[in-house]
Design a protein. Structure first.
Length: 445
């Protein structure tokens, strides 16, 4: 519970730090309401809408209300999907307001001892250090390969987990060996005529737990005529920090990444995870008040491009034969890829170019699936309601393959497939993994 003293500090910081012009930009028109998952799932509760949350932030700034538990809870329940931003006629950057508010609250309240330990371990001890990430994921690989996973399932030990975490354990990807995790390239030549020199943001989870997807990404880029540089000094994008009230740490990670990429003479910086890309492309906002880094951040963000965008731009789908055995495909948008990076058509163009596969658009494909970073863990009940809705729409397409463009979305959709008992009839796959399948099948590789 937040103390009176903490509420006073939070209120003072809201007055100092919140962008009042941005708060006032909200005209309370309500265009954001139909696009907000938490507003819909709450039974149309105003305090769980973007408009309502902005009104609450403004009320705290004006001293009309105190930043009490109800206020904090309203912000906690927000997915941060930013679906409200594309439909806002005033162009309110709601995501920036939310991150600033969460950072103020986090920095001015005392967390419980267990929460402090977890936050310090995750935000400071693990994600900023790729070697530690490899070791942690390597332990998961040992658990999967050593027989411990089979034994844990057989004796019922995993039954101690909540249902959604038990199901999530079943859909975790098979982790590569430690040798594979450590043996990562830093340069790859283009295959055929070179059209671009690009840098690849490999990420932390993507280059460990989803390493095979990263390998598929670089292979596609090579086939598209891209020379690839992968700076080993890059680090976590900082999205988890920025969304969780650890803004100072996010800034430090941003500076490390900017320094790692800025002297590579790359035409573009390519990402394959919507959540990472959306945070990277806003480094200029994150560092806008830092005179040493603001221009460098802008130069960095100007080069960020999703893998699907670069493939469409170079006409990859027209030069390479993409084909698969007959199947129905549908696509689940990554919220941040669509709402922040403004990438929605490119993935669909690529999927619709695959021969022998039928593409069917899912109703509300742009509505959040409920993953939202770690939202499906800390707000599991709300997340599962959103996932159930998403699975209803996916099943209505009669798709056998659900495609996503973000690791969190992928795990969430795989969780939905397993939860609904459809694992023998349906699969979830990252778009680059499906495209590699289509290249191999189409080109006979």
């Amino acid at each position: 519970m937040t103390t009176v003293e903490e509420q006073t500090r939070i209120q003072e910081q809201f007055k100092l730090r919140m962008d009042e012009d941005e708060l006032l930009n909200c005209m309370r028109c309500g265009f954001c309401l139909p696009s907000c998952p938490t507003y819909i799932e709450s039974g149309f509760k105003e305090s769980h809408s973007p408009r309502g949350r902005i009104a609450l932030m403004k009320a705290v700034v004006d001293g009309v209300i105190e930043p009490d538990e109800d206020f904090e809870r309203s912000l906690e329940l927000c997915l941060g999907c930013r679906a409200c931003e594309p439909v806002c006629p005033s162009g309110v950057r709601y995501g920036h307001l939310l991150e600033e508010a969460r950072d103020i609250i986090n920095q001015n309240k005392k967390h419980s001892f267990p929460a402090r330990i977890v936050r310090k371990t995750v935000f400071q001890g693990l994600f900023p250090h790729q070697n530690r990430m490899r070791n942690a994921v390597g332990l998961l690989g040992f658990y999967q390969r050593s027989g411990l996973q089979t034994a844990a399932r057989k004796i019922g030990f995993l039954g101690l987990l909540p249902d959604h975490l038990l199901t999530m354990e079943k859909v975790l990807p098979k982790v590569p060996s430690m040798r594979e995790l450590k043996n990562r390239p830093d340069h790859l030549p283009a295959i055929g005529k070179q059209v671009h020199r690009v840098a690849f943001f490999s990420g932390c989870l993507m280059d460990t737990m989803f390493l095979k997807t990263n390998d598929a990404t670089t292979k596609l880029l090579q086939l598209a005529g891209c020379e690839i540089v992968i700076p080993p000094s890059q680090t976590c994008c900082g999205a988890l920090h920025g969304h969780s009230g650890e803004k100072a740490s996010a800034k430090e990670l941003a500076k490390r990444n900017i320094a790692a990429f800025e002297d590579l003479q790359a035409d573009y910086i390519i990402t394959n995870a919507g959540g990472c890309g959306a945070f990277l492309i806003e480094y200029d906002h994150l560092l806008k008040d830092d005179p040493e880094w603001s221009d460098r951040a802008k130069a960095f963000t100007d080069k960020i491009k999703d893998i699907s965008e670069i493939l469409v731009a170079v006409g990859f789908h027209e030069k390479v034969k993409l084909a698969l055995p007959q199947q129905v495909i549908t696509y689940q948008d990554s919220c941040h890829l669509r709402n922040v990076m403004k990438t929605a058509s490119a993935p669909r163009i690529l999927l619709q170019s695959i021969q022998s596969a039928v593409y069917k658009e899912m109703k509300d494909a742009d509505r959040c699936c409920g993953s939202a970073g770690i939202y499906n863990i800390i707000e599991s009940e709300a997340s599962m309601v959103m996932l159930d809705y998403k699975m209803t729409q996916a099943k209505a397409t009669h798709a056998t393959t659900i495609v996503t463009a973000n690791p969190g979305c992928l795990l969430q959709m795989q969780l939905g497939i397993e939860k609904d008992g459809l694992s023998s009839k349906m699969r979830g796959v990252h778009i680059v993994d499906l495209l590699i399948e289509a290249v191999k099948h189409g080109e006979g590789l």
